[in-house]
Write a protein that binds this ligand. Structure first.
Ligand code: SF4
Ligand code: SF4
Length: 406
């Protein structure tokens, strides 16, 4: 079936000069060595759809659906090809024609709108996981059976909003507690969004379901009124909220996006003050920093992670230019084989940096964190590491899932 025309301009499509400099930065090309599964190959496919009316058969679907949408190709491209926009337009049209995003994924994404259901379902899912009813290839780390109390606003007139989200609130709520403690340490009062704003639509956009993403974006905007900054501790959600201006293209959405701050960006100017009221941290742990793609390639806020962790940890950098770990929204569920191959490369790079058994990986995105934990690594959110080092929250080591892929 032809899906012309895509919502892309000819200018955007023409920018690629075929130099191939992006190829080494593409995780699917690195693990398959197939030109079709590289950024250049995918752009050629999108051009053929747009310009030559190429029909989207199974082969074309595979070429486009196997893209992790990590956007690691964008910073590597000297011609400034807006790859994210190209694949987004292609996926939107494919979703409209039911050529991407299987029914079970659409069903799961619909459930994310019902936060209460997600909260009730999480302990059940966790129990199912404990009795091995959930396959390891799903790439989920150990889910919590007890979620703990919900995050409650510290003020009705907040200085900032703490965006709690859907999956993050159900599966990694303790990270929100760390953020809340750090916001209070800075001396600010925080609000939390109303229930209607619990899902940002990032996974829907990723899956090409832009109409659903727009409805969710509108609800999120309504849930956090005013002009206070919006602090986000999930790199994927933060990138989505910052993109509402593009998604909805209204003055309100552009204004809203301007208010969105990744939590590390927000903390960075406060870290010196925070540390002044604290004894210097002795015996700093070694922390390997893993940059989530949506923090590094999309938000470009990854350096702030180093700024806030440096006072409490010895930081170890990976040598892979921020190569994707293969989590990619729901990618590890819909493309488990490729996601595992990509993760294996990342884990190999991480293990090469281990200096002793106590090494911990920092990752600021819930999807990456779980994907890497399910490979047997100890992975923590940078704000958890900071809040624990300052004694603001109890120390935890989220245990990796038993039976790692390694
Ligand atoms: S977004 Fe990531 S997976 Fe997709 S083509 Fe670019 S580098 Fe490759
Ligand atoms: S996307 Fe950019 S880096 Fe990749 S082949 Fe095209 S012009 Fe070169």
């Amino acid at each position: 079936m032809s899906v012309r025309p895509l919502a892309i301009t000819d200018d955007e499509l023409s920018t690629c000069v075929g130099c191939g400099l992006c190829l080494p930065h593409c995780p699917t090309f690195r693990v398959t060595n197939e030109e079709a599964l590289s950024p250049r190959g995918r752009i050629a496919t999108i051009r053929s759809i747009q310009w030559d009316g190429l029909k989207i058969d199974d082969q074309v679907s595979e070429i486009l659906n196997t893209c992790v949408q990590c956007r690691g190709c964008e910073p590597a491209c000297p011609s400034g090809v807006p790859y994210g926009r190209l694949i987004e337009a292609a996926k939107n049209n494919m979703a409209a024609h039911r050529q991407t995003t299987p029914w079970w994924q659409r069903f799961g994404l619909r459930l994310l709108r019902h936060h209460r259901l997600l909260l009730i379902g999480t302990p059940l899912l966790a129990l199912a996981q404990r009795v091995r009813l959930i396959p390891k290839r799903a790439g989920l780390s150990r889910l919590p059976i007890r979620l703990g109390p919900p995050i409650v606003a510290s003020s009705k007139t907040p200085d900032v909003w703490l965006y709690t989200g859907c999956v993050m609130d159900a599966w990694q709520r303790s990270t929100h507690r760390s953020v809340a403690a750090l916001i209070s340490k800075v001396g600010c009062r925080y609000g939390v969004p109303s229930k209607a704003g619990s899902c940002c639509g990032a996974l829907h956009s990723h899956a090409g379901l832009s109409d659903e993403a727009k409805v969710l974006a509108q609800a999120v905007m309504t849930s956090m009124p005013g002009s206070a900054p919006i602090i986000v501790d999930s790199a994927g959600c933060g990138a989505a909220l910052k993109d509402y201006g593009h998604l909805l293209n209204t003055p309100q959405a552009h204004e809203f996006s301007q208010r969105v701050c990744d939590v590390h960006e927000w903390l960075e100017p406060h870290i010196a003050t925070i540390m002044q009221s604290h004894l210097p941290v002795m015996n700093k742990p070694s922390i390997i920093v893993q940059d989530p793609c949506h923090l590094r390639h999309v938000q470009k806020s990854h350096l702030a992670v180093r700024s806030i962790l440096a006072p409490v940890a010895n930081l170890i950098e990976l040598d892979d230019d921020g190569m994707c770990c293969g989590a990619g929204g729901a990618y590890s569920l819909v493309e488990p084989e490729l996601a595992a191959l990509i993760r294996d490369r990342k884990v190999h790079n991480i293990l090469a940096k281990f200096t002793d058994d106590s090494n911990i990986v920092a990752s600021a995105n819930p999807g990456c964190l779980m994907h890497l934990q399910s490979a047997g690594l100890i992975v923590k959110h940078p704000v958890d590491i900071l809040a624990e080092a300052l004694g603001l929250v109890p120390t935890t080591n989220r245990p990796p899932t038993k039976g790692s892929t390694k």
